[in-house]
Design a protein around this ligand. Structure first.
Ligand SMILES: [Zn+2]
Length: 349
């Protein structure tokens, strides 16, 4: 009996031992799994794994330029130095997980727009300010509070990346014939950017249509926006004061012409012609590169790209950076014939 009992005891111990071994094995597998996920996450972000211990670099311009920013949220003019302003714009205008060279290109674009505003005094925001924080007027701007809200415990890491990009390009702007260029940029071109005069008013030699390859894998490359026929008619009536006749919408709505970039130029709505730029604004479409699909229960705009399509494509910049281009390559690709120059306070008086 004793022998039997000991055997049972040792059996139980062995069983428990196997359980411990299994737990250990499971733990190890789990550990490897988590490690693998972390590595994958790092690859996807194109950045190091976020942690809170990075101290953002301090940006020291030799001869700093001061700017007066009208903050729409605070409803007041906030004075700051140009490089700090550029950090807040980059944080708002481009995902901080984008490649470092793309972030640098964005920093130069944001700084160029600011320099143009300072030199030309042309923005006409609130009196006494050089620029404002509204994306649809000047450039988007995320305050420290906004950045902390969106990044949470990873704030130091992402703000660190943004300031690294700005610090690496301190004072650098794009010029054409010695003057800061008029800057436009957008999220995703859909494969090709657009000549500025096809979207805005005036032709400019450095804002020409160029190819933007490899964007297919990027976010927002293609999106479908769908309306019920009733909603669509209502929007067209309200925005253009055009009443579309009853029956099939495919009889009264049709694309008339295209630009060379592949974007739609004009659309026929009943017996009137509107530009695709106006139609995009009216419907809030992602882009003017679309085809229209009519079904029995809906009108679908199948759109490629996101934004107006002029100047740098941010997604395209990210693709170029991933494939080894630096910020100079990116900017000279999207802005034809520009030079890069460095400015400081002596240029802005
Ligand atoms: Zn403004």
């Amino acid at each position: 009996m004793a022998h039997h009992s000991r055997a049972r005891f040792s059996l139980r111990r062995r069983r428990r031992g196997t359980l411990y071994a299994n737990c250990l094995l499971l733990g190890l597998i789990l550990l490897f799994f988590i490690w693998g996920m972390a590595l994958r996450g790092r690859e996807q972000l194109g950045a190091d794994v976020p942690h809170g211990s990075i101290t953002p670099p301090v940006i020291t311009a030799a001869n700093p330029i001061s700017v007066r920013i009208f903050d729409h949220e605070l409803n007041q003019i906030v004075p700051m130095d140009l490089e700090t302003y550029v950090c807040h714009v980059v944080a708002a205008e481009m995902p901080a997980s984008y490649e470092m060279e793309a972030l640098k290109a964005q920093a130069v674009a944001a700084r160029t727009l600011a320099s143009e505003a300072l030199l030309e005094g042309s923005r006409s925001c609130t009196a006494g300010s050089d620029m404002c924080t509204r994306a649809d007027h000047c450039q988007a701007y995320d305050s420290e509070t906004a950045c902390r809200d969106k990044w949470g415990s990873e704030y130091n890491f992402w703000w660190g990346r943004v300031t690294e990009a700005v610090a690496a390009t301190v004072g650098v702007i794009m010029t054409y014939e010695g003057e800061p260029i008029e800057v436009f940029y957008h999220a995703v071109s859909g494969g090709r950017t657009e000549d500025v005069e096809n979207v805005f008013s005036q032709a400019l030699p450095y804002l020409r249509s160029v190819s933007s390859e490899g964007e297919e894998q990027e976010k927002n490359f293609q999106r479908q926006i769908s309306y019920s026929p009733k909603d669509f008619r209502e929007k067209i009536r309200r925005y253009f004061d055009i009443t579309l006749p009853g029956g099939n919408l495919s009889d009264s709505v049709r694309i008339l012409s295209y630009y060379d970039s592949g974007r739609v130029r004009e659309v026929r709505l009943n017996n009137q012609t509107v530009t695709a730029v106006e139609l995009r604004r009216a419907l809030g479409l992602p882009s003017t590169q679309f085809r229209i699909i009519f079904t029995a229960s809906s009108v679908v705009f199948d759109c490629q790209g996101y934004g107006h399509g002029v100047g740098m494509s941010q997604a395209g910049a990210n693709v170029m950076a991933r494939e080894g281009s630096d910020f100079r390559d990116i900017l000279t690709h999207y802005y034809t014939g520009i030079s890069l120059e460095t400015i400081d306070a002596s240029n802005v008086s």
